[in-house]
Ligand binder design. Structure first.
Ligand SMILES: Cc1ncc(COP(=O)(O)O)c(C=O)c1O
Length: 404
């Protein structure tokens, strides 16, 4: 018997969606939402709420929700609250950042993107580069091992490189590139580094400074929170950038990066999600602060998920599937294909058996093609903090049935 790293059953009790026995392996697309997050969203909306301000209770509530969410995400990402900007989604925030950064790019400048990335960390940069006549350099990964070699990033750098966009973890095959090595090479060349941490932040502790990145995005709905996006960056970068803004809107950091009125109820939900994650770690005798607890909690999540991932991986291999997730450091996200049945068929059979594990390229289109899987991709099995051994049993039994 194994020891759970945290009380998984207690965590599962927060998710009414799990009550009917459905096994959710589609977390990389978005996790299920716990009751505390839904309650926080509801409570925010049913309390007095208006635009941020100090005059009325409604205005003060909006302000307090915003301040609290910046602190919560700051704790999760190892940055100060003033380094946290919210937006509609990571995709939107990346498009905005690309538009802003590219204001200073010139024809002949270079931008580096990777074949491993989700399109949300490719197309915004490619389009921004094209708009100013900058050159796009593509970094490959090894389809056999799933590894992205920092030396290949270094080889794509030159004196005109302005930016390197790299994923913190692949949402298709889980690969976690060596971000500090990538960032060190990019910085030596004088380039900025932007990290897509949407998949990473759901599975590992993240610390902006430790990654070496200048900017990073993630999405709370991938880690038990509501559907919004988060951008963080170094204070220097945030201060130096001038995003398009409305004339009367705030020019302060981080507000200058936020277009229009914030979704206060989603910010409330984001804070609740971060607090729930932090609660997975013991409070400790001295009452560890939330940042410390989050770091511990995400390590515990990593251990729990990795144990289940190993079980699933062995089960998939035993069933004769080909597992494409092979990098030495990776998230518990397994992409598998079968010689017997198309992945899309397997996903249908699983869904019929109450097991949610979809098939496709999941917008990591370049990666799917680079793996030789074309636009079909594969069956993606993702582990979430609420996944348990019973879910894994259901998955493997249903797959065995589908392949019989
Ligand atoms: C790795 C990765 N990057 C970016 C995104 C896009 O995130 P959002 O939906 O917040 O735009 C996703 C969503 O699946 C993702 O998995």
């Amino acid at each position: 018997m194994h020891e759970d790293t945290y009380d998984v059953a207690a965590l599962r009790a927060h998710f009414p969606q799990l009550a009917d026995g459905t096994a959710y392996f589609d977390g990389p697309g978005g996790t299920q939402t716990p009751d505390v997050v839904a309650d926080a969203v509801r409570d925010a909306l049913l309390a007095p709420l208006s635009n941020r301000g100090a005059l009325t209770q409604a205005a003060r509530n909006a302000d307090a929700l915003t301040v609290a969410a910046r602190e919560a995400m700051g704790d999760l990402l190892g940055v100060g609250p003033d380094q946290v900007a919210f937006g509609r989604s990571a995709t939107e925030l990346t498009f905005q950042l690309a538009r802003t950064l590219s204001q200073s790019w010139a024809p002949g400048d270079e931008v580096v993107v990777t074949r491993l990335d989700h399109d949300a960390n490719i197309r915004p940069w490619v389009l921004a580069a094209e708009a100013v006549g900058a050159v796009v350099r593509w970094v490959p990964f090894d389809p056999a091992t799933g590894e992205l070699d920092p030396a290949d990033v270094a080889a794509a750098l030159g004196p005109r490189t302005r930016l390197v966009a790299v994923t913190g973890a692949s949402n298709l095959i889980g690969t976690m590139p060596d971000l500090p090595a990538v960032a060190a090479a990019a910085h030596t060349a004088g380039a900025l580094v932007h990290v897509d941490a949407v998949h990473l932040a759901a599975h590992s502790p993240v610390d902006l400074a430790a990654t070496g990145a200048d900017s990073l995005v993630c999405s709370p709905y991938k880690f038990l929170g509501p559907h919004c996006g988060v951008l963080t960056a170094t204070p220097d970068l945030l201060e130096s950038l001038r995003p398009d803004k409305l004339l009367p809107s705030s020019d302060a950091v981080p507000e200058r990066f936020e277009l229009g009125t914030l979704p206060y109820e989603l910010l409330a939900g984001t804070t609740a999600a971060v607090d729930l994650l932090a609660s997975l770690a013991p409070a400790g005798p001295g009452g560890a602060d939330r940042r410390e607890r989050l770091r511990t909690a995400m390590h515990l999540v990593e251990q729990h998920e990795d144990r289940l991932r190993a079980r699933i991986e062995q089960g998939l291999l035993d069933l004769g599937l080909t597992v494409r997730s092979r990098a030495a450091r990776r998230t518990p996200t397994l992409l598998a294909t079968s010689d017997q049945r198309p992945a899309a068929d397997l996903a249908v059979a699983l869904a019929d058996a109450g097991v949610n594990a979809p098939a496709g390229h999941f917008y990591a289109l370049e990666a799917s093609r680079w793996l030789g899987l074309g636009d079909d991709g594969g069956l993606r099995v993702g582990v979430a903090p609420y996944t348990d051994d019973g879910d894994v049993d259901r998955l493997l039994d249903a797959l065995a049935d589908a392949l019989r």
